[in-house]
Design a protein around this ligand. Structure first.
Ligand SMILES: CC(C)(COP(=O)(O)OP(=O)(O)OC[C@H]1O[C@@H](n2cnc3c(N)ncnc32)[C@H](O)[C@@H]1OP(=O)(O)O)[C@@H](O)C(=O)NCCC(=O)NCCS
Length: 151
């Protein structure tokens, strides 16, 4: 199992490898995107979930964050990055994103990209992504495409 430590914390990142862990990941997304941000559940959970690689951030045996990687025509799309509200700004999102990037590289992704909510573009910029193109609406939230530099 490949684990990446989050800075200043006991959180570890693990790849989802069971149905029970997938349920934990989807539960975090329901809490963050559906309950907190108002995204409709039928948009939040999609068919890509069946083929994606999912990750969980675990802190003191509790699942507190998630992300997924989906391959699309040779490119890797990172998405559904979510950390429970009271665990944010502790390096957990950064650790999840690093693990997702590593996974995409291992899959020989040509490009690594994501659709960033405009409010968190700064988070992804710190992690090496650059915004491209116009702002667009996705699930009622303003987004921008971002691509990992040097890819
Ligand atoms: C976006 C999100 C995953 C970030 O997770 P996090 O655990 O809080 O992020 P980290 O603590 O690892 O932050 C890493 C760096 O990004 C910065 N950062 C975090 N959130 C940021 C934000 N909203 N805007 C700008 N910078 C931000 C941190 O300050 C930190 O910088 P540093 O390394 O210089 O200290 C989290 O805020 C979240 O789940 N938000 C709600 C869901 C969401 O919007 N997901 C993104 C969908 S595109």
């Amino acid at each position: 199992m490949n684990r990446v430590k989050a800075k200043n914390s006991t959180a570890t990142i693990k790849r989802v490898s069971s149905q029970a862990e997938l349920v934990q990941a989807l539960t975090i997304r329901i809490l963050v995107f559906v309950r907190e941000q108002g995204v409709p559940a039928e948009i939040e959970l999609d068919t890509d979930d069946q083929r994606a690689i999912h990750f969980l951030a675990i802190k003191l045996a509790k699942a507190v964050g998630t992300a997924r990687v989906v391959m699309r025509r040779g490119d890797a799309k990172i998405g559904r990055m979510a950390v429970l509200k009271s665990y944010r700004r502790k390096g957990i999102g950064a650790a999840l994103l690093k693990r997702a990037i590593l996974s995409a590289k291992r899959l020989h992704a040509r490009r690594i990209y994501l659709h960033a909510q405009v409010a968190v573009i700064g988070f992804y910029q710190r992690m090496g992504f650059r915004a491209v193109g116009r702002v667009f609406d996705e699930a009622g939230i303003a987004h921008r495409k971002m691509i990992l530099r040097g890819e």
